[in-house]
Design a protein around this ligand. Structure first.
Ligand code: BES
Ligand code: ZN
Ligand code: ZN
Length: 513
């Protein structure tokens, strides 16, 4: 899908579909739209006058041009109220556009998001382009490889999108936005694909192989470590979780080196990669258990982000660590009451084998520090408690460092993802006390997302660290414009943004050499 900006007159565009964005509270056509309306003998103004189209967000009206202009069809698209408009609305509209275009079998598209000329653009050019491109790609995402094709189903490929902008628009900024939007959206789609695969296909070994293949495609360094190596590293917590499954655990290390010399700051991205979480001996109830194939979404988010980072190439070094295994009950599974020894020497009493993600992450966080990561972010479908607290709309954020937390929260905002902080306060610490070990792996029902965060904090060795609990946001049962049912790709965009912003704020030091 070739996407480019043009400043040509929309009425001259030779496309199958020309989409025109209109604000609900400003439906009067600008002078260019009037030209189009005249060429169509007043069709557009008639639709507006008759209130067939009111410009509400995601409302659309399709008009046939009957070849009065080169474009075959016109799609009026509601942008909603001006005061509520932002980049995420634009992303939604762009996603809706590619969905509609595909349905209408239109391969060449014109998108004229802001029809009033001379008005100030409601967004920076870079953002407008990036979020349009993200929407165009995400709107087309599907996961259908296991379903037989319906009879008359054709493989429709949109070939070109021409975005009509004001002649004053900075083409360099716009082009960079399109390029970054493409990388991020592809990272999100990659992450969704990994999560949507069932656990019988996406086994620990296969997930590690996917990471390796991506690294080779994108020229990242990669290393896969198996059980023996984890044993050598004395990752007793990770190994304890993995021991119940016939599938061997894998730890994958990916490295992106964008800094010009040995930097003194390195970001560590850590992902929970439970290819399936049955709960183990503390077995989960049957209802909804199929959703636990999503329990590797943290690792998938880190993989999606690394793939985009490799494209965007910010001047910073990143080490990614994926903790991959399966949590199964079996004759050799770990048990409630077991005491595990983490890589950093701390002992953990297992009170519930379903609180396995924190055990895997504990050793991965320690390892990230050993490899030289100075700033950590982990992504994990960690707690049902986070879903209770924030539902399916917000990712929970826990951190030991207010400035690093601020950076990541701002990155989420810039990337168009919803993040919300929860307090990581010493007052919760008592809940994790064990009679027999340094820590218990669960802290009871109250504040479950927070105590899970407190547990992880014991393994970050005081490094600035942010934990993203994506338990509620990693999948959705409600399809939307940018989204079908299933995996969302949550946290990919935030991780990419945080890494890029980090390199911006440190670019002086990093580029001095
Ligand atoms: N993978 C789950 C968390 C989860 C729940 C993710 C719902 C997505 C949707 C995690 O391993 C888990 O089972 N956590 C337990 C912890 C409890 C035993 C302290 C939970 O949240 O119930
Ligand atoms: Zn669990
Ligand atoms: Zn889990």
């Amino acid at each position: 899908m070739k996407t480019e900006m043009i400043t040509r007159k929309p009425e001259t565009l030779e496309v199958d579909l020309l989409a025109v964005g209109m604000f609900e509270d400003d439906l009067t056509p600008g002078s260019s739209l009037k030209v189009l309306d005249d060429a169509l003998e007043g069709q557009i103004s008639a639709v507006l006058e008759d209130k067939i189209f009111k410009g509400k967000k995601e409302e659309t009206a399709l008009l046939h041009t009957f070849r009065r202009i080169p474009a075959r069809k016109i799609l009026l698209m509601g942008l909603g109220k001006k005061e509520k408009f932002d980049k995420t609305v634009l992303r939604d509209i762009a996603a809706l556009l590619t969905k509609k275009a595909k349905k209408e079998k239109c391969l060449k598209i014109g998108f004229w998001p802001f029809q009033k000329e001379g008005e100030k653009l409601p967004l920076k050019e870079y953002s407008a382009a990036r979020f349009i491109k993200e929407g165009l790609v995400l709107g087309l995402y599907e996961f259908k490889q296991y379903k037989a094709k319906e009879e008359e189903e054709e493989d429709i490929q949109i070939t070109a999108v021409k975005i009509v902008m004001d002649p004053e628009t900075d083409n360099d900024d716009f082009t960079k936005g399109i390029k970054d939007g493409k990388s991020i959206a592809e990272g999100i789609c990659f992450s969704r694909d990994l999560v949507n695969e069932p656990a019988n296909k996406m086994t620990p070994e296969n997930l590690a192989l996917e990471a390796e293949a991506m690294a080779r495609r994108k020229d990242l360094k990669v290393e896969i470590m198996d059980r023996e190596e984890l044993e050598k590293l004395e990752m007793g917590c990770f190994l304890g979780v993995a021991q119940g499954s016939i599938h061997e655990p894998k730890m994958v290390v990916l490295r992106y080196e964008g800094a010009s010399k040995d930097p003194d700051q390195v970001i560590g991205l850590i992902g929970k990669g439970l290819t399936f979480d049955t709960g183990g001996i503390s077995l989960k109830p049957a209802a909804g258990m199929e959703e636990m194939k999503t329990d590797m979404a943290g690792a998938a988010a880190v993989m999606g982000a690394m793939s985009a980072i490799a494209d965007i190439r910010p001047p910073v070094n990143v080490i990614a660590i994926l903790g991959i295994c399966e949590n199964m009950p079996s004759h050799r599974a770990y048990r409630p009451g077991d005491i595990l020894k983490a890589m950093n020497g701390k002992t953990v009493e297992v009170l519930n084998t379903d609180a396995e993600g924190r055990l895997v992450l504990a050793d991965c966080l320690t390892f990230a520090g050993r490899l030289g990561a100075t700033h950590l972010i982990d992504a994990a479908t960690l707690t049902g408690a986070c879903v209770i607290a924030l539902g399916n709309h917000y990712t929970g954020v826990l951190s030991n460092n207010s400035s690093w937390r601020k950076t990541v929260l701002e990155a989420g905002e810039a990337a168009g993802e919803r993040l919300w902080p929860l307090p990581l306060d010493e007052v919760y610490k008592d809940q994790l006390k064990s009679d027999v070990a340094d820590l218990a792996n669960v802290g009871g029902r109250p504040a479950g997302a927070i105590t899970a965060g407190m547990f992880l904090e014991a393994f970050v060795d005081e490094r600035p660290w942010v934990h993203l609990d994506i338990a509620g946001t990693a999948r959705t049962s409600k399809p939307a414009s940018t989204q079908q049912k299933g995996a969302t790709g949550a946290a990919v965009a935030t991780l990419v943004q945080a890494v890029s912003d980090f390199s911006d704020s440190h670019s002086d030091e990093l580029t001095k050499a």
